[in-house]
Design a binder for this molecule. Structure first.
Ligand code: SF4
Ligand code: SF4
Length: 448
């Protein structure tokens, strides 16, 4: 069954710029001089090192073990020597984090213990899939990096009836998921059925935006091999692929405000890259040691999609994409709406990073911040029904309790408000400040 969906609350139409890299097939980026592997690759407790400097490791070997329930192990993406375990700047967390530094030996030699778990899904039980997802270090690759094994075991009083596979990829410029669906549709679908089996869910819906007609066709063919799968084709609008927005559009269900989660309305959502990673773990035994990363933008010579080892430095990937075109103005890890601006290119790709965007000097010119003109445009586009002008105004004046009463914590940081604001006010920046303050106050209250 195919459903066409056009409705959406809020959101913006952004030039998607997918044409820069959507025709570039996925290529292996190769082995950089060093891999920087953060122990904190996911939401939850960082993993704990099992190696020390001068140890030799092989591809797929566990190099750090999970610490607690919401945690996963970390594996060596290639063979080589551990050079150091030291703090490095984590751009996703905007702070220094412990990292294992691995120097590849060029052999790319796999660990002996890697072997397929099953050749089909009949040969593996739901419990075994969940355990495999944990052992393989699989986390959500759509950005949130939540451990998949935890997602696959929702509380018993939260029955799940529907699993959504998120292939929306609504961030402008990024095409990693698009290429994966186009080139590996069968494997993505195998992984999705594996996720559904592990969670005991019978209804699965593959969700794709209508700006990827070739991927829609490939996935339509692939899903026809299975029972119980549907396709939802959604009109292109940002942030279509937000979990809450997708559930609302496809199923008409409202996820409750934080700490509400999709399973509160009987739904699980996973990204297509996560499904592919699970398929890889089942069929080849290779854990999550690489992902597809788009390197794109008007400021890069050859926009590309790379199969990239986790830990690969951004500088290496930009070189692989032909280097800068002209003078770069800004390099962003992620897309233009939700990504973070990089101050140094010596930072690595981590599991939740799907793209590198290089903007030209002209594109990166900062416009002056003007006073709010109370036009209400930010309110109109907010997909969460918030009033960004008031939350940000209170946050700017450090009136965080007032910001909280205006539901600052419900903000998904999509950036629509800042994008549309004619006064160029950095609304998301202020709202993030409010969220950080509210979170730390709440955890201090819990401890006292
Ligand atoms: S307030 Fe938050 S959720 Fe609403 S548009 Fe702005 S960034 Fe998005
Ligand atoms: S869009 Fe900008 S100028 Fe308009 S109300 Fe919101 S904050 Fe004010």
């Amino acid at each position: 069954m195919i459903t066409i969906i056009k409705k959406m609350i809020g959101g913006v139409s952004v030039p998607d710029k997918k044409e820069l890299s959507e025709s570039s097939p996925i290529e292996f980026a190769g082995l950089p001089g060093e891999l920087i592997l953060f122990l904190s690759q996911h939401i939850g407790a960082p993993s704990v090192p099992l190696v020390k400097p001068k140890d030799t490791v092989k591809r797929g070997q566990v190099i750090a073990e999970p610490c607690g329930f919401v945690s996963v192990p970390l594996h060596a993406p290639t063979s080589g020597v551990i050079k150091a375990i030291e703090p490095r700047y984590h751009p996703g967390q905007a702070r220094m984090c412990e990292a294992i530094i691995l120097e590849p030996d060029g052999k790319h030699e796999p660990a002996e213990e890697l072997s397929p778990a099953a050749s089909d899904l009949d040969g593996i039980s739901p419990d075994e899939i969940r355990e495999l997802a944990r052992q393989a270090g699989i986390v959500g690759l759509g950005g949130a990096a939540f451990p998949t094994s935890v997602k696959l075991a929702p509380p018993e009083d939260k029955p799940i009836d529907t699993y959504l596979l998120n292939g929306s990829e609504c961030e402008p410029y990024l095409t990693a998921d698009h290429r994966l669906m186009l080139e590996q549709a069968d494997k993505v679908m195998f992984g999705f059925k594996g996720l559904m089996k592990a969670a005991g869910v019978r209804r699965g819906i593959v969700c794709i935006e209508d700006n990827k007609p070739d991927a829609i066709e490939a996935m339509k063919q692939a899903l026809s091999a299975y029972d119980g799968l549907e396709l939802a084709v959604l009109s292109t609008r940002y942030p279509r692929g937000g979990e809450k927005q997708l559930i609302q559009a496809v199923l008409g269900r409202e996820v409750p405000p934080p700490p509400g989660l999709p399973y509160d309305v009987g739904v699980l959502v996973s990204n297509v890259g996560t499904a592919y990673a699970l398929a890889d773990a089942v069929l080849t035994g290779v854990p999550l040691v690489e992902r597809v990363v788009t390197v794109t933008g008007e400021g890069v010579a050859k926009p590309s999609n790379f199969r990239t080892l986790i830990g690969t430095p951004v500088s290496y990937l930009i070189e692989k994409a032909g280097g800068f075109k002209g003078t770069p103005g800004k390099v962003i890890l992620g897309g233009p709406m939700m990504g973070c601006s990089l101050r140094s290119l010596d930072v690595p790709v981590f599991k939740g990073a799907s793209g590198i965007l290089v903007l030209t000097k002209e594109q990166a010119v900062e416009e002056p911040i003007l006073p709010c003109v109370k036009c209400g445009k930010c309110v109109d586009v907010c997909p969460m029904g918030l009033q960004p002008l008031w939350i940000s105004a209170y946050a700017e004046r450090e009136l965080m309790e007032e910001a909280e009463t205006f539901r600052a914590m419900d903000c998904i940081e999509c950036g629509c408000c800042a994008y549309i604001c004619p006064a160029k006010r950095p609304l998301v920046q202020w709202i993030k400040m409010a969220k950080a303050d509210i979170s730390s106050r709440r955890s201090a209250q819990k401890k006292s």
